[in-house]
Design a protein around this ligand. Structure first.
Ligand code: GAP
Length: 507
């Protein structure tokens, strides 16, 4: 019997578990950490690897129309001129001249405080789950503090990017609460710059890639010329990307170094791009469910036409209900032929495919599903985390923390536990089974402590199954106890049945 309750601060619980059980550490922690950078510990690295490998298997190995590549992180600087990143990969930056804090103007909100139809001042708030309520409360406080009489109107929430020149000096800084210190927004390019070679001048400037996608466009001709791909086909890549985010936040959700899994699907210019876009949208949602994300946490956000990125005809984001609100997990964009046309123009090398049916060269169009590994990582932790009150064998209630990770991505698939540490027959049998299992699956051997404690340790890292070797195993029929993480139910099982279960569920 168990009862589950959502922890009061899920994010805090997740960050704490991630540190305690070796999933995620702050980067360079002994030096105080570095904002926007993280390290993945022994459990985290396994989980991340499994997410990547599941994606690669399903996206590349299990399809005939997609090939994979791995391109360099630092590319020719012209790539980023052609792609539009040098000129346009910017976020609107606002400085507070007093506190030296920096804000993204599209994440900073303000409202006029209107009393009896007259604006008497301004309030501001950073983006949150309910910015409107925060601004309303701030407006009420403003009115109270200034002892203004009259009826307060409901606040009209506006983004700082919409503030007029006259309004900016009147809007209080979220850091100081006082107006007069916020600067007008200015475009801040998010690419990290570096220098290639011994000379540090303008001619040696290069960038850490802000997306993996350009690798696929720049190698389009190489792939076409060296493989037997036919339209429609895709090129996939997994790799690190870097963005000098103004406000990295929400743990690994928005960081400055992260990993992307992107696929560029090239289609004939006359193909039905909208139908293809819909197909990929479905594929991505199904894939997220296949690694254990519940449908109830997923939703779609269609980018309004006026807010589309410069290259996009249509973008739909798959959103996830994170503990800090519903946020973008996976973007599926219809990029038209923008990128190939740009690279053709900037490099002078034709970026074409010979269409056998139409007997002509065409510049293909592209549908792009682009997702961050770290965002999936955080989503599976958030969806899988639970704290439960359970009863032990003596009927005492105790707390168990469990990570309900899909067996596809769980860092450890099965733990082998001899009932007692000091019984040679039990440990020998357990080690034999463990050695057999680990040839194919990530298995874990643990003989330290009470069996209940060992189960709890596995629950916390999301191990779907534990097998216990007991006296029945060695004295009777060779079966062992299989304990299921989620239901905590136990049953006896043979070795053949155990391998069949793993074969079916870990795919
Ligand atoms: N090639 C298109 C592209 O990069 P994007 O929407 O900027 O599009 C794609 O990024 C995905 O990469 C996002 O949906 C998100 O999952 C992930 N991502 C973007 N910025 C990130 C950041 N700062 N930290 C972690 N993940 C990020």
């Amino acid at each position: 019997m168990s009862t589950t309750a959502e922890p009061s601060n899920l994010m805090e619980s997740l960050v704490s578990l991630a540190k305690r059980r070796g999933f995620v550490y702050p980067s360079s922690e002994i030096y105080g950490g570095l904002n926007g950078f993280f390290d993945y510990g022994p459990m985290g690295v396994e989980l991340k690897r499994n997410i990547r490998e599941c994606w690669w298997r399903d996206m590349v190995h299990r399809r005939d129309d997609i090939v994979g590549i791995e391109t360099s992180i630092i590319m020719h600087p012209k790539v980023w001129e052609a792609s539009g990143h040098v000129a346009g990969f910017t976020d609107p930056l606002v400085d507070c001249k007093v506190s030296k804090q920096r804000y993204r103007a599209d994440q900073l909100f303000f409202a006029a405080v209107v009393v009896d139809g007259k604006a008497v001042g301004y309030v501001s708030a950073l983006e949150s789950e309910d910015t409107g309520a925060e601004l309303q409360a701030a407006a009420e406080q403003f009115k109270r503090k200034k002892a203004i009489q009259g009826a307060l109107a409901t606040v009209q929430v506006r983004e700082f990017t919409e503030a007029t020149e006259a309004e900016i000096p009147l809007i209080p800084s979220p850091a100081t609460g006082e107006p007069g210190s916020l600067t007008p927004p200015r475009a801040f390019n998010m690419m990290f710059e570096t220098n290639v070679g011994a000379l540090k001048d303008a001619s040696s400037v290069a960038y850490l890639r802000p997306e993996t996608a350009q690798g696929m466009f720049v190698d389009f001709k190489n792939v076409v010329d060296t493989t037997r791909v036919k339209l429609p086909f895709g090129i996939a890549q997994i790799g690190k990307s870097f963005r000098n985010e103004i406000t990295p936040r929400n743990f690994i959700f928005r960081s400055r170094e992260f990993e992307q899994m992107e696929m560029e699907y090239f289609i004939h210019p006359n193909a039905d791009w909208l139908a293809c876009h819909e197909e990929w949208l479905r594929w991505c949602q199904d894939w997220l469910k296949s690694i254990g994300l519940p449908e109830s946490h997923l939703s779609l956000h269609e980018h309004p036409k006026e807010k589309l990125a410069f290259y996009s005809r249509r973008t739909v984001d798959i959103m996830f209900k994170y503990p800090f609100g519903v946020q973008e997990l996976w973007g599926i964009a219809a990029r038209s032929d923008y990128d190939l046309q740009q690279h053709q123009k900037f490099s002078g090398v034709p970026q074409v495919f010979f269409d056998e049916a139409g007997k002509q060269k065409v510049v293909p169009h592209v549908i792009e599903p682009a997702v961050g590994v770290d965002r999936i990582f955080l989503a599976v932790l958030a969806a899988g985390y639970a704290e439960e009150d359970v009863k032990d064998e003596k009927g005492n209630v105790e707390k168990r923390t469990v990570l309900r990770l899909s067996p596809r991505i769980a860092p450890v698939k099965v733990a082998v536990l001899p009932l007692l540490k000091n019984k040679e027959q039990l440990t020998a049998c357990a080690r034999e089974l463990y050695l057999k299992l680990r040839r194919r699956y990530a298995a874990f051997y643990d003989d330290g402590g009470a069996i209940g404690k060992r189960y709890r340790r596995q629950d916390e890292i999301g191990t779907p199954w534990c097998v216990t070797i007991d006296f029945e195993t060695i004295e009777k029929d060779g079966t062992f106890t299989l304990r299921d993480r989620d239901s905590m139910a136990q049953k006896r099982i043979t070795e053949t049945e155990l391998f069949a279960l793993l074969e079916e569920r870990v795919y």
